[in-house]
Design a protein around this ligand. Structure first.
Ligand SMILES: [Zn+2]
Length: 207
């Protein structure tokens, strides 16, 4: 798998372009803004999927245009679908520009597998930051959205957030067998072994 990171938007969201090197099929995870830069990074390729780790606007501001211009299917967890609506985003008060709402073409569900050429992407629903937050596992990589960050985790005080669910979700991720590279929604990537040891909440969760 090839991974390209494009840092987008005011909140410096990590947008990941992942590609199966065998079939050259690709997908975009969390196109949070800067459509032109994402488009440039795609180098003319048409993604099969736009995968949203959760429904917060800073992870999907470029999703609708990308969906229109490439025909990629937008996948999001049903419980976060309502957060992608213009009314919700405007009411949240965090974003005041013109909001171009993407439409879900399909839903992420816990345990489902998405095939991207030869790659298999496994979805875990990991609530805590939002009800529909998901992490995507592909080989030895985890795209963790705003659930797990380098030595940290996503805030639980927003709509749909829940401390206890976050603890359970970090426990579930921390208990996965083996080593993974973690690609979070914001900030630098990390190793799961590092987080098991130095992430305060994950460490507490897996004790
Ligand atoms: Zn978020």
């Amino acid at each position: 798998m090839k991974i390209k990171t494009v840092i987008v938007g005011l909140l410096q969201t990590n947008c990941y372009i992942i590609e199966d090197e065998v079939s050259a099929k690709c997908a975009v995870i969390d196109p949070g803004g800067n459509f032109d830069r994402i488009s440039e990074a795609l180098e003319g390729r048409m993604p099969e999927y736009i995968i949203l780790t959760h429904g917060h606007f800073d992870h999907l501001l470029a999703a609708a245009r990308l969906q229109r211009e490439t025909g990629a299917k937008v996948l999001v967890h049903k419980l976060d679908e309502g957060m992608m609506q213009e009314k919700y985003v405007k009411n949240s008060g965090y974003f005041r520009g013109n909001f171009d709402a993407p439409k879900a073409d399909g839903y992420l569900t816990d345990g489902m597998t998405i095939e991207l050429g030869q790659l298999k992407l496994t979805v875990l629903n990991t609530p805590g930051h939002s009800k529909g937050s998901c992490v995507i596992i592909c080989g030895d990589c985890i795209f963790s959205g705003d659930t797990l960050f380098y030595e940290s985790w996503g805030r639980c005080d927003l709509d749909g957030g829940d401390d206890n669910e976050m603890l359970q979700s970090l426990r579930r991720i921390g208990k996965l067998d083996g080593e993974y590279t973690v690609y979070p929604g914001h900030g630098e990537s990390t190793l799961l072994s590092h987080e098991r040891q130095y992430n305060y909440l994950m460490r507490a969760a897996i004790l």
